[in-house]
Ligand binder design. Structure first.
Ligand SMILES: [Zn+2]
Length: 304
């Protein structure tokens, strides 16, 4: 096996609500789980600052992880295209989940860029200054139906992200906003999601959307969360097979969302397990496990 790339992982293992109570900044607890495998692993690590924290809290979280990484020779933080070619056991890319702290993209994106961040999930669980969330509780319960799509600030964000070679991640965006991000941004992914044609939830995206994403050289990661894939024992592999059957072989990837309190079935409870099943049971496993995500990062990251 060439290796495994996970499009979306949290290294913090405490549930988010505990993090918010104790202002838990240390993101390194799960690092050791990914070291010493027989093949290289690349994790696209999500930084999520819990409610009642601030932009500075986010910066502290990144600094703390960077300090932990210094203790390991075999971990490479990947911030530019050429870093992908280095030899490492564990490669880490950084992205931020929820853009609610980013009120001045022109000022704050460069600060995060300096810290090694290369991607952003602008929307999260409620609507914010960039647009609308498919997971907003008021929308999920039908109490909020009006949608205006992306805001002017989102357009500014797209420009700044483009200048810095950042990707935008449309997970948690409504369909309208996702289509608008895709139409305007250069590097787009949808990192932890399921196929709506199989499990009908606003959170999931349609095969039609994934086809548009693939046409723009974007990638998407299937999350093994029961909420996104359903609770059949083989739900995860079946959704990947469906993607392959639908011609999405060049864009489908893994995006676990591990490190958050998601419920999975026995067959898909850790990355090694998922990788092994894909390797043994599906055609073209290397494309799903490695090549698709690798090509995306090679193209999207700063070309130095
Ligand atoms: Zn998420």
């Amino acid at each position: 096996m060439k290796g495994v790339i996970d499009l979306h992982t949290h290294l913090a293992t405490l549930p988010t609500w505990i993090q918010s109570l104790v202002k838990f900044r240390n993101q390194s607890h799960a690092l050791h789980n990914y070291l010493g495998w027989e093949y290289p692993v690349i994790l696209n690590v999500a930084f999520y600052a819990p409610p009642y924290t601030s932009f500075n809290f986010l910066i502290d979280m990144i600094d703390q992880l960077q300090q932990q990484i210094q203790l390991h020779e075999n971990i490479q933080v990947i911030t530019k295209a050429s870093d992908l070619e280095r030899k490492f056991d564990l490669g880490l890319l950084f992205h931020v989940e929820s853009g609610r702290f980013i009120t001045e993209p022109k000022v704050q994106i460069p600060v995060l860029h300096e810290k090694g961040v290369r991607g952003l999930i602008p929307l999260h669980y409620i609507d914010n200054q960039f647009g609308e969330s498919c997971d907003d509780p008021l929308r999920r319960f039908g109490l909020k139906t009006k949608q205006q799509g992306l805001t002017d600030l989102a357009q500014q964000l797209i420009e700044v992200c483009h200048q810095h070679h950042w990707w935008l991640d449309v997970t948690h965006s409504t369909d309208l906003c996702s289509e608008q991000w895709l139409a305007s941004a250069e590097y787009v992914m949808c990192s932890h999601v399921g196929i709506r044609d199989r499990v009908n939830r606003a959170r999931n995206k349609s095969l039609q959307f994934f086809k548009q994403l693939q046409a723009k050289k974007g990638v998407w990661g299937l999350s093994p969360w029961l909420y996104t894939v359903g609770d059949d024992d083989n739900a995860y592999l079946e959704q990947i097979q469906l993607a392959i059957d639908q011609g999405l072989c060049e864009s489908v990837c893994i995006g676990t969302d591990f490190g958050t309190p998601i419920k999975t079935n026995q067959n898909s409870r850790d990355l090694k397990n998922i990788a092994s099943q894909i390797q043994h049971k599906l055609a073209n496993p290397e494309q799903i496990l490695w090549n698709n995500a690798y090509s995306f990062f090679k193209r999207a990251l700063p070309q130095i």
